[in-house]
Design a protein around this ligand. Structure first.
Ligand SMILES: [Zn+2]
Ligand SMILES: [Zn+2]
Length: 456
């Protein structure tokens, strides 16, 4: 009662586009249908309590039930199947635990179905493990007690296996899965739309962040923005403690942190090109859209889990576990679109501007300038290679290949050096200064500083 109301209110108040709201899970309709499912089962004498007892009962009990959900190969349809196994003695069920209505029902179906559901048919039924198991047990227990061919009609032991037709159960799952399919379609459309936007934005950002000496560029600011964006891990966490997809609530918090840092560091206000400002607004908008989408999906996934839990409470059929297992459970997750779009953001947007982390020397953790590419293809800065050569260490610190002593001036990667000068001008200058000081200390002792150098 309460959730249905909250769900409706959330859909109406969170600023979702009307065509999204139209595709939301129709919780109220599903609840109505669930009532019919419940009524149908009750008419069979199967209330939740009886169902639970019969589903839990072991293979020796006179009556047992098995419930399964079978999905079509593309997971768009699910067929629920409720099978009853009845152990008959003299054509009667003796089970004191059954309520009169339930007993009446089973007696009715077992007598009515006795002709069409023969023991032969039962033996050939191999549809699921439970059926097999029960068939085996049936043979084990019946054979010694009452050899079936010899048994007189007055002392007969028989197992019946009967499938119960459940009309509204099927209707419920048809409705639910068609809603899930509609949501999937909506997701795909939104995903394509957002990915198009990422592509457009990528073009704009590469325009305004071209590394150039002669005209204005916002490369440094965009690099800082993307660094902060990666640090924020808005939709996904990569560090160990909270690895994986974020909830929309956490994503909102991270997005606010990102925006706050960008403001604090005055990255937007110091843009040199007005186009950068436009592109940044678009970038924020894109993230907000993605967040909105995550919120919408979360709400729907919650509605599905609520209605399935209600289903289980009223019928004890265990669908909240069986359904995700039967259909492709990815379809019941909320982070599907944000995952795809975030991958696109990092591939087509963030990667436009090389990040310093990808060009660090693995020994000294500063820019690997001037880059020496060893024969094993690992890259280090020239200072670090000189140092390990002096120590006569032969193997590459990363892969242990004996390539260090072979390295010469020919191993300097000129292309990469040019690239670093272009994209990391500031870091290259810093590195050059640091190298100079290091060489000075080697030559003149630990008292060496750069200012002394200029005095000399
Ligand atoms: Zn180094
Ligand atoms: Zn190596």
């Amino acid at each position: 009662m309460k959730f249905g109301h909250d769900f409706k209110q959330s859909l109406a108040s969170q600023g979702f586009p009307p065509h999204w709201v139209a595709q939301a899970i129709p919780y109220g309709q599903l609840k109505k249908c669930l009532k019919k499912v419940q009524r149908e089962l009750q008419e069979l004498g199967l209330d939740a309590e009886t169902l639970k007892a019969l589903l839990d009962s072991d293979t020796h009990s006179p009556v047992a039930l098995n419930y399964s959900l079978n999905a079509s190969s593309n997971s768009t349809l699910v067929r629920p199947k409720l099978t009853v196994f009845i152990h008959l003695h003299d054509g009667n069920i003796v089970d004191a635990s059954l309520t009169p209505t339930t007993r009446q029902f089973f007696e009715k179906i077992s007598s009515g179905a006795a002709v069409s559901h023969s023991d032969d048919e039962k033996d050939s039924a191999t549809a699921d493990n439970t059926a097999d198991k029960r068939t085996d047990n049936a043979t084990d227990t019946t054979t010694p007690v009452a050899p079936q061919t010899e048994a007189s009609h007055h002392d007969e032991e028989r197992y019946e296996r009967i499938e119960l037709p459940l009309v509204f159960d099927s209707v419920f799952f048809d409705m639910l899965l068609s809603d899930v399919s509609n949501l999937d379609a909506l997701q795909t459309t939104e995903q394509n739309h957002l990915q198009e936007e990422v592509k457009e934005l990528g073009k704009q950002v590469s325009q305004v962040s071209r590394p150039t000496r002669f005209s204005k560029s916002d490369m440094d600011r965009w690099r800082r923005i993307f660094e902060l964006y990666l640090d924020a891990e808005i939709f996904f966490a990569t560090h160990e403690r909270e690895h994986g997809a974020r909830s929309s609530q956490k994503a909102l918090k991270q997005l606010q942190w990102f925006q706050g840092e960008v403001n604090k560091q005055e990255l937007v206000s110091s843009f040199k090109l007005p186009e950068s400002r436009t592109a940044f607004s678009k970038f924020l908008e894109l993230n907000l859209d993605l967040l909105k989408h995550l919120q919408f999906q979360e709400l729907n996934v919650l509605a599905i889990s609520k209605i399935l839990k209600k289903f289980d409470k009223r019928t004890a059929l265990g669908v909240s576990r069986a359904l995700p297992a039967a259909i492709n459970s990815r379809r019941l997750l909320s982070d599907h679109v944000s995952k795809a779009v975030c991958a696109r953001i990092s591939d087509e947007l963030v990667s436009i501007i090389p990040q310093i982390n990808d060009y660090l020397c693995p020994i000294c953790y500063s820019l690997a300038y001037q880059p020496v590419r060893l024969d094993c293809q690992h890259v280090f800065c020239i200072r670090c290679i000189i140092k390990i050569q002096r120590r006569k260490e032969e193997s590459c610190p990363l892969c242990r290949a004996p390539v260090v002593m072979n390295a010469s001036i020919d191993n300097l990667d000129a292309e990469l050096e040019k690239f670093m000068k272009k994209y990391f001008m500031k870091e290259v200058k810093e590195k050059q200064r640091a190298n100079e000081i290091e060489r000075g200390i080697e030559e003149f002792g630990p008292g060496y500083t750069r200012s002394e150098c200029s005095v000399m």
